[in-house]
Every structure is written in structure tokens, then in C-alpha cells.
Design a protein around this ligand. Structure first.
Ligand SMILES: Cc1ncc(COP(=O)(O)O)c(C=O)c1O
Length: 357
């Protein structure tokens, strides 16, 4: 997108920002897609059946504005009341609602770096400032992450983090939240692939909000469905900011059925974890430095090869991975966990690219 400061009638904050650029989504040709952390397997059959039933059931009507069926299922899943949940058109929708609710023009939004690039865009849309706190060398977060600042209105913490796949344990997240005087949003897009999560902190600490998505562990990225978990009084405020009908009837039905099928989730997570270990080992055999991941992707760097050239070389042979370059931090490859066949194909291509020198 063009960076232009003078566009008639457009707010200067919008005219001067770059805009978020999503990962490549090729629609033609045969590509092995390991670039946007989708699940390589199709979703629960129950979700597909629910879409068919919902489509028969009356698309001439608006959907339920609060997605009640999903909230009831989520309440069962997490042992909370339905009032603790707000649904969104993907968890990006919830991150937007949260930023619009808490962060005004000139306010400060804080998040770690390197992490999810969208957070900065959300601050820019508000005309707010963002503060990016670097992770420590061991992917922990130091005291500067909770440094008091009167302008600080919201903190995002992706956990597990992207692109590293690393996680902060709930006790550490709780300690950080206790030091903050604003809400801490724990973005748990990838938490189903990890051993721990922070959902119980939402009950224990008034300033902790958790966001979740069905895009990754439930294999429903094409559906667009996510949810936030927060105290009912917080959910009431967020509800004022959301679009009236931010989730459609088909996605509500499918997401409700998917969440109910925990057997599918458990089996899928087991497969992804197994493949993740194989991907990490395969990359290490090729000489990459690999960060041990708790998510469905792996961050790797090579000590003496150009990452961009490896990305382009793999792309030329039909495999997409994500090349990430973080200013003043460095670059590398973020590779989504695929099927065993997809991973074998990728490792073979990387091996031949490395052999070429
Ligand atoms: C850390 C993180 N949060 C949130 C999202 C958004 O997920 P969705 O909008 O598909 O729910 C992503 C997507 O890649 C992500 O990496």
C-alpha cells in the first residue's frame, strides 16, 4: 500500500500508515502452504455438517448478534458463564474491538517485539502510539514490559508468541498483569498447541483478557471465528464497540459444532505436535538454529545463508514459508507445521538449496 501523507479528507493517521499486509494466499496452481500457520488438516466433520444445516435454516434472517449458541458451548468448555465470552469475525476482529475500546488518539499501546505485526497497525488506525518492548535473548520479558506510563492504555501479549513459538508460563503472565494498571490482552491464538494457557487468570485478575481463535487448532481459518474471554462487565463494554452482526449464521453454527468436538481437537493437536518435533529435528539436521516451539510453527535461522533467498528458492519450487524481517532485530523463516509429506518436501528442497550454496 502507498504511504501518502496528503489524501483529501482521509484522517492523517490513516493516510500516513502503511496498512497490514497479510501473508500470501495463492489461489491458483498447486502450492504447499506453510506460511500463515493454518492447520494442514480439514476441520471437524461436525463443523461442515453444521454449515449445511444452518444454510438450510434461513439465511434471509440476520444472525444472532451475540452468537448465543457458541457462548453456551464456550461456557461448558471453560467452566465459566456465557456472559464471559464475546465472539468475533476471527480473533483479529476482537483485537480491533479491544484497541478501539481502550486506546484513543495519542494513547500508548504496548506489545513485545518481535511479535504479531498487526498490533502496530491497530495502534496506527487509532492515531495512537505503540511501544515495542524487545524480548530478552531467552524469549522472556523483562521489567520494561510493565514499566508504568500514564499514557499506557492497553498491552498485548501473544502467548505462545509468533514468530518464536515460545511461551510465558501462566505464573509469569500473572506477575506481569499484577504490575500493570491497564488491561493485559493475552492473545492465545496458538495456545491449544501448548501445555499451558492463561484462561484461569481471567477469573483471578480483573485486568486479564484472553483472546482465542478457531483459525489454527480447529482448522477453520477460512471461516473467520474467534472469541474473547473477560469479566462480564468488560464484555459489556466491548459489545458496544463491535459491529451489530459481526459473526454470520454459518460461522456461528460451525464454530459451535467445532468447539463441541474436543475429541477432534485433541487428535489434531497430537498430530501437529508430533510433526512439529519432526520439523524441528529436520531443520536442525540441515544446520538451522531452531527455537523450540509450543505453537504450530517453527522459527528458524541459518548461520550462513540468506533467509530471503531460501524463502524465494522454496517458493519457486511451490512451497511457501514466511520470510520475516524485523527492523533492528533480524530476519528468519517462520515455517508452519504441515503434514509429514509436506514437511518432507520442504526439507528436501531446503537441503538442495543449501547444497547449492
Ligand atoms: C498472534 C496472532 N494473533 C491473532 C491472529 C489472528 O487470527 P484470526 O484472525 O484468524 O483469528 C494471528 C493470525 O495469524 C496471530 O498470529
Amino acid at each position: 500500500m502507498n504511504q501518502r501523507s496528503e489524501v483529501p479528507n482521509v484522517r492523517p493517521a490513516i493516510a500516513s500508515m502503511r496498512g497490514y499486509v497479510p501473508g500470501e494466499q495463492p489461489r491458483v496452481g498447486k502450492t504447499i502452504k506453510l506460511n500463515t500457520n493454518e492447520n494442514p488438516y480439514p476441520p471437524s466433520p461436525a463443523a461442515i455438517r453444521a454449515i449445511a444445516v444452518a444454510a438450510e435454516g434461513g439465511l434471509q434472517r440476520y444472525p444472532d448478534p451475540m452468537a448465543t449458541s457458541f457462548r453456551m458451548e464456550a461456557a461448558r468448555r471453560w467452566g465459566l458463564e456465557p456472559e464471559w465470552f464475546l465472539c468475533g469475525n476471527g480473533s483479529d476482529d476482537l483485537l480491533t474491538i479491544l484497541t478501539r475500546t481502550y486506546v484513543g488518539e495519542g494513547d500508548l499501546l504496548r506489545f513485545p517485539t518481535p511479535s504479531y505485526v498487526l498490533y502496530r497497525t491497530l495502534a496506527e488506525i487509532q492515531g495512537a502510539r505503540s511501544e515495542e518492548v524487545p524480548f530478552e535473548a531467552d524469549w522472556s520479558l523483562g521489567e520494561s514490559f510493565v514499566r508504568p506510563d500514564p499514557r499506557l492504555k492497553l498491552v498485548f501479549l501473544p502467548n505462545p508468541n509468533s514468530p518464536s513459538g515460545t511461551i510465558l508460563e501462566p505464573a509469569r503472565v500473572a506477575a506481569l498483569a499484577e504490575r500493570l494498571s491497564c488491561p493485559l490482552v493475552v492473545d492465545e491464538a496458538y495456545a491449544d498447541f501448548a501445555e499451558t494457557n492463561c484462561v484461569s487468570l481471567v477469573r483471578e485478575l480483573p485486568n486479564v483478557i484472553v483472546t482465542r481463535t478457531l483459525s489454527k487448532s480447529y482448522g477453520l481459518a477460512g471461516l473467520r471465528f474467534g472469541y474473547a474471554i473477560a469479566r462480564p462487565e468488560t464484555i459489556d463494554q466491548l459489545t458496544k464497540v463491535k459491529d451489530s452482526y459481526n459473526c454470520d449464521s454459518l460461522s456461528i453454527a460451525a464454530a459451535t459444532a467445532a468447539l463441541a468436538d474436543q475429541e477432534w481437537l485433541d487428535a489434531n493437536v497430537a498430530k501437529i505436535r508430533q510433526s512439529r518435533g519432526e520439523l524441528e529435528a529436520g531443520l536442525e539436521r540441515l544446520g538451522f538454529r531452531v527455537v523450540s516451539s509450543r505453537a504450530n510453527f517453527v522459527w528458524c535461522t541459518h548461520p550462513n545463508r540468506q533467509h530471503r533467498a531460501l524463502y524465494e528458492g522454496a517458493k519457486a519450487q511451490g512451497i511457501l514459508v514466511r520470510y520475516m524481517d524485523y527492523p533492528s532485530w533480524g530476519d528468519g523463516l517462520r515455517i508452519s507445521v504441515g503434514t509429514p509429506d509436506q514437511q518432507r518436501a520442504l526439507l528436501a528442497i531446503l537441503e538442495s538449496l543449501l547444497a547449492r550454496g
